[in-house]
Design a protein around this ligand. Structure first.
Ligand SMILES: Cc1cc2nc3c(=O)[nH]c(=O)nc-3n(C[C@H](O)[C@H](O)[C@H](O)COP(=O)(O)OP(=O)(O)OC[C@H]3O[C@@H](n4cnc5c(N)ncnc54)[C@H](O)[C@@H]3O)c2cc1C
Length: 381
């Protein structure tokens, strides 16, 4: 075993930290308040090589692993989960291309992403989120084309995207085997992005509806195989869940840093509140959960990069890190007392930003379902 980062890993982590302190930290509260997309920050991060880390260099990416992606994601999220999400979310569309794309698709779409375009990932619908097999968007084959009809909801970055990875049913009677993934360009007739959805936190990262009405795409736009969409989604989750867990780790670290500083300075009954055991222990518990969440995240990412199956570990990491982030943010507000409830201090934003970590890329309940399924399958072997 070796828990040391390599010098290259330390370098990229430190670069991300420096970037976050300079470009994200000073503006995070304003972007949240104004509900603004961070285009300029995206451009700078792109130029610096902090984005598309897992895309092969042949398509303009960093050619690195999910582990390095986790290191960078953690730092960006320490500054702001919303901005980190907004500028980093292309990774999920890129993941779908990585696990299922043909050479021509990768050449075309990954290159567009690394040149600065945005791509979104459109699975969720008003009637089905956790229930991926229950999606209703329909893709009907007509000759060598497919006609797609349906409505997607909560699609992150849809408002700034140039294309989407869309999940649609090609055979509604076949359950999860009837699901197919398509690459859909936004300049096609029938594609319409709805209004930005108003939300609790991570407000610099927009989410919107995506409506598809008689959208015609050639069969060459299928990502993977017809009927292979469910498998694409599951493979993407193995890559994206460690990334979301890393976001949660960054947020927990920020809760700890802010709480420690405040508890050292704020005095009650003649001493810093850190010296009151009830507050000191909250901070100790934050540090314990932070360390455990980080190790689980690194393990899930490392397994994937080592070519091993990481489904269970990705679920451990996502569930534990997201649940711990929500818990830590609530405790951080408590450490700050009344000031924790004020928009003048960063912890109220951490509290709002944390919650969705337990919801997207599979809820905390779904992660536990996966863990039970994987444990019981392993036991039966
Ligand atoms: C800010 C934001 C950004 C998002 N970005 C994207 C995106 O870019 N692309 C995309 O496709 N989706 C995106 N989503 C959607 C997200 O992935 C879904 O909201 C999530 O998967 C949950 O689905 P749902 O909302 O339909 O809830 P439901 O599936 O209806 O679940 C409701 C509740 O029931 C629980 N539940 C459901 N089924 C089970 C079960 N079998 N066992 C136990 N509990 C269960 C859930 O855990 C949850 O607590 C985003 C959501 C948000 C809020």
């Amino acid at each position: 075993m070796n828990f040391e980062l390599t010098s290259e890993q330390r370098m990229i982590r430190d670069l991300a930290r420096e970037f976050t302190e300079k470009e994200i930290l000073p503006v995070a509260a304003r972007f949240d308040r104004e509900d603004k997309f961070p285009h300029e920050i995206h451009r700078k991060a792109l130029e610096l090589g902090l984005l598309h880390l897992t895309v092969p260099t042949a398509y303009g990416g960093g050619g690195l692993g999910v582990f390095e992606l986790a290191l960078v994601t953690e730092q960006l999220a320490w500054g702001c989960c919303g901005i980190g999400g907004a500028i980093g979310l292309n990774t999920v569309a890129a993941d779908a291309l990585t696990v299922a794309g043909t050479e021509a698709q990768k050449q075309k779409y990954l290159t567009r992403l690394t040149r600065g375009e945005f791509g979104c990932y459109a699975a969720t619908e008003p009637g089905a989120g956790s229930d991926v097999a229950g999606l209703q968007t329909r893709a009907e084959r007509r000759g060598d084309k497919y006609v797609i009809n349906g409505t997607k909801i909560w699609i992150s970055n849809a408002t700034v995207s140039n294309f989407a990875v869309v999940f649609a049913k090609t055979d509604p009677a076949a359950g999860h085997r009837g699901l197919t993934t398509f690459l859909v360009d936004f300049d096609l007739p029938g594609v319409a992005v709805g209004k930005k959805l108003e939300k609790l936190g991570q407000r610099a990262s927009p989410a919107a509806e995506l409506n598809l009405v008689d959208v015609e795409v050639p069969a060459t736009q299928i990502l993977g195989e017809e009927g292979g969409g469910f498998l694409v989604a599951m493979k993407v989750f193995d890559r994206s869940r460690p990334m979301i867990a890393a976001s949660a780790v960054g947020l927990i670290q920020r809760c700890l840093d802010e709480s420690l500083l405040y508890a050292t300075e704020r005095k009650t009954m003649g001493r810093p509140i850190l010296e009151h055991q009830a507050i000191g222990h909250k901070i100790a518990d934050m540090a314990i959960r932070l360390e455990a969440a980080r190790l689980l995240t690194y393990q899930a990412a490392w397994l994937l990069d080592a070519g091993q199956r990481n489904t269970t570990q990705a679920a451990y990491a996502k569930a534990f890190a997201a649940d711990s982030a929500t818990w830590a943010a609530s405790e951080a507000v408590q450490v700050f007392g009344g000031m924790g409830y004020s928009t003048e201090f960063p912890v109220e934003k951490l509290y709002r930003d944390a919650k969705v970590l337990q919801i997207y890329e599979g809820t905390s309940e779904i992660q536990r379902n996966i863990i039970v399924r994987e444990l019981s399958t392993a036991k039966g072997r």
